[in-house]
Write a protein of this length. Sequence first.
Length: 489
Amino acid sequence: MSHKMAKSAVSGIPTFGEVAAEDDAILEYFVQTDSVSTVVDGNKFLILGRKGSGKTALFRYFNEKQPQGSLSLALNLRGYPWAMHAKRGDPDAATAEQYEASWKYVIVTEFAQMVLSKVTGTSEWTSEVKSLRAFFQKNYGGTNVTLEDILRPSSLELSKTSFEPTILGCKLLSVSLERTGSQSGLSRELNALSDAIYEAASYVSQREQLDKILIHFDELDQGMVDFNEQRQLMLIGLILACRSINQQSIKSAVNVKSIVYLRTDMWERLSFSDKNKITMTNLAEIKWNEQSLKSLLDLRINKYIPGASWIDICDDDLMRGRQPKLTHIIARTFDRPRDVISFMNTLLEVSTPRRSAAGESQQFTNKDVVAARPDYSNYLKAELDDEIKPHWPSWDEALQVISGLGKLSFTKASFEAAYNITRLAKNFSSEEAMEILYDFSVIGTYSVQSGYGGSEWVFRYKVRKAKWDENASTFKLHLGLKEHARVNE
Ligand SMILES: Nc1ncnc2c1ncn2[C@@H]1O[C@H](COP(=O)(O)OP(=O)(O)OP(=O)(O)O)[C@@H](O)[C@H]1O
Ligand SMILES: [Mg+2]
């Protein structure tokens, strides 16, 4: 039965929420997308998303909600001592694998500590629990080691009461974490220890019939000035370590999975030999569409006006081109929650004076939506700065080149002519510059869609597989940047 609700006054909504999940009351209006089950089940552990797509929201959901059937450990790498970890690489390992062993050790010690915190009754007296406790006591003074301190010791002491892994028949008495010039086999020794810890923790988790333990890593991009090679190697190491632990766990039916949340642009920059394999089998992208973004909004509206949804807080007038307001707004985003929330908060703000005047509509009007666009456009540009600057610090000068052309759509030739007389041409060719802009969906191309026989604007955030087409000749700036760039339709 359909029931038409009366329109609700926008003034009932103080805010659509904070734009970063760390500050947002996310659990009050979390949207359960497909990503949630992807994180828990199956072999996809690399969760990719652009800035503002909802990586931290997922991370917080698991950590704070602790949904039934799993136990989550959320490891936030903001403030992580990357420089210290850099010294824990293995100079003898193949380049891409230099940090795999150290990350693997981090994961198994986190796993073991989680298991120890759940031990009850008779497991306490198993040799596995005793060994784990002795190991942590000896090396860290207890089982509450923070992530920052796991790799801090210069060496790990082993003994009969903890673990004595052997390599080629020799018992290891200690494992050095510090790389010293002449030493070799660092990864091998550390891996032998990690395996022993993993075995013991697995045994206890099975004995205690613990729920699946999920170890989440977020904020890998924090505190990063530029995405240098060492940082890239450490990221690759973490990804390889997660894959290795997850594979081992699936094989031996151990309930533990490690998950990495990563910005799409950073993943695209990495290069290592197993990248394609991982892309095919272990990668999942956070995806949103108009419908799921609408439910995200409706849940937020509901928090303040129970039972109300988006259509109740705006008038029914269609925008130019017979476009509903929400479609018009979402077309100015990259289909990311942060963009939508940001647009809505701007809309609230710019419409306040009008709504406060006597006799005015208490819903959002088309004029309000148009009035919100300039401030929103500046937000979108700033968000793109955060994404693109680590790759190309002066990308916005290329945006200025487009501003100079004056129009939302333009030809490759006109861009090239204007670009080539700027200082930017010294670093990137015009073609390379356009490709970067295209990769971040700052611009889209007009192209023939195979199979449809028609032509349309293609933006990468919509058609993920659409690779750069060097033969494309007509381009369009993303609508969300129109006001910032001061171009006309
Ligand atoms: N599933 C969801 N349900 C409700 N709100 C969400 C959801 N996903 C994201 N959001 C909201 O969208 C905004 C951006 O999300 P979030 O901060 O998680 O993005 P992110 O991918 O971590 O971005 P960054 O790369 O900048 O860290 C936040 O306000 C967050 O609360
Ligand atoms: Mg985040």
